[in-house]
Ligand binder design. Sequence first.
Ligand code: ADP
Ligand code: MG
Length: 698
Amino acid sequence: MDVTQIFGSNVFNEEIMQKRLPKDTYKALRKTIVDGTPLEPQVADVVANAMKDWAIEKGATHYTHWFQPLTGSTAEKHDSFISPTESGGVVMEFSGKQLIQGEPDASSFPSGGLRVTFEARGYTAWDCTSPAFLKEDAAGNVTLCIPTAFCSYNGEALDKKTPLLRSMDAVSKQAMRVLRVLGNTTSKRVLSTVGPEQEYFLVDKKYFAERLDLICTGRTLFGAPAPKGQEMEDHYFGQIKDRVSEFMKDLDTELWKMGISSKTKHNEVAPSQFEMAPIFSTTNIATDHNQLVMETLEKVALRHDLVCLLHEKPYAGVNGSGKHNNWSLSTDDGLNLLEPGSTPHDNEQFLMFLSALIMAVDRHADILRASAANSGNDHRLGANEAPPAIISIFMGDELTEILEAIKSGRKTRGKKSSYVEIGVDTLPPLPKDNTDRNRTSPFAFTGNKFEFRMVPSSASVSGPNVTLNTIVAEALDEIATRLEKARNLNKEAAAIIRDTMKKHGRIIFNGNNYSDEWVAEAEKRGLPNIASTVEALAAISSPKALAVFNKYKVLSRKEMQARHEIYTEQYAKQINIEGLTALDMARTLYIPAVISYVSELSQSVCMAGEAGVSTAVQKNLLSKVTALLESAYNKISLLEKAIGKAQEVDKAAKQAAVYRDEVFITINSLREDIDALEMLVPRDIWPVPTYADLLFKL
Ligand code: ADP
Ligand code: MG
């Protein structure tokens, strides 16, 4: 396999555009891509035609506006290129208008009240900064996919891409002000970049098919632990099994074809858990690509009789999955703004951007936390698993010491033992990629980027990056304004760092984030510790959040409130499904199986009694099993009642709280009995595959 040939072969990329478009058209399109200027209709027609010809040569019959509604997944409606001719035949057509805008019926997508049903039309608009690509399926269908933003008739965002593009503009604008005042005259734009590491589980399809909980909810609602978990630490970075390796090879090939730079793959900590990471790109392309990664993982797994689980916590008792969102800012001419420099000037700039991050994350830890909230992540965040629910920044000892020294005006203990004068001195050398990186931190500086580790494995990375871009834009705005007014830049820069550390330095924590001491310490520092999705989501429509998103024109108040409502409802719906699935499984699988064991035991007691031998063991088992059976049966009624009660509540936030406090809790309580029964009932009558089947039989 020649990877260089395969890579990007299904992408209408720079190279193809240059080859296939007339020079003027190419130039006009480039201008639109780079400067965001509108595309002339005639130019769009030429581009569309070239795109269609290219797609048809590669076997495409259909095109689709590919978009990202607020469900968190992607949506596509396929249109064939055919257009009737007078003679009764067809020609293959694709116009500029069709390329630029679509009008899908949007009434079945969540809108949070932004779109009334009589105005059910939604609009999709081409995001030409993310290249068009071809999707192939196993049946040989090839579809031209055009990445699009999805809005209502009034232009309100109904998707995950629109605010992301807006937030990229916002952070670019403010970052450019900082760069200009510090003397940069060459860069034109600042781009936010992301490399999301994707964790996932694989499970054999035949076992998956027998687990209604995995099918309906993505996680096991029941299941006693297998005798072995992850305690041997033998899976992480372990040898990849052939079956999995075949899957990964297939996965990489599919991703590479779509221009997704799949780079690393390895076994993760939990049994049957894995990770892939691409090379980073701009936040909008990285987000599109991550959606495709998730989709392709699921699709390719099935070809290998595997099922890919993207859920944050498919199994109790072993690690869950997350997405490490590696984020940075760089200029269009390639300067990473979070890279410590080697000259005093570079360092001044670096420290300004670092200050912006400290300010932003401390001010808006609650919104950042909300951006990583979903029902699956509630099993990880704040539940003794990586990372904890309290947001803090790991900065590393060296950098923290420098910041502290600047704050207090004292000498650093660095090698030179000198006072760091901003803009005059260079920083003492920092370890490039701290090898002793703190693995417990939810937001870690890793040498030239920040790694936000709370992001849920199954969710779009859009939300967290919209949030990061926006809150950093606000901080950079403040810094730029101060610098622009300053008489002495270096002094002002030092003052900015000092003020930032005094006001927001509390967000820096380099210790063990899992310790109880940190929970107490964080409380003393006044840092929020938000354990559940329902609470976390409230931050989205707080006055503070509405103000910052509105000010930088990322999301209006109305758009934010709609999102709050949609996400809250999603939580409630998810727990409702979990409740109903638990009821179904308990009633139709577990209880009947246990009853048949009870009869078996009872018969044995009678027969052994008749035979005149001891029935002690049977009786003992029988009483244990019966007690658990009764308890489980009661909890089934309780669960049914709790679900009924939750369904009756009509305000979204209140309803979600009932789902969390009553339905979710009762599911767990029912699980305790069922799992205890699983340890007593013979394997051959247990109605579903066990944890050992699911986790260790790949
Ligand atoms: P680790 O698991 O040690 O954190 P990985 O190599 O798995 O490292 O993931 C690091 C991710 O960070 C990769 O996707 C990489 O491309 C990305 N990355 C590197 N530099 C940047 C940057 N400047 N901006 C955004 N992401 C980056
Ligand atoms: Mg990482």
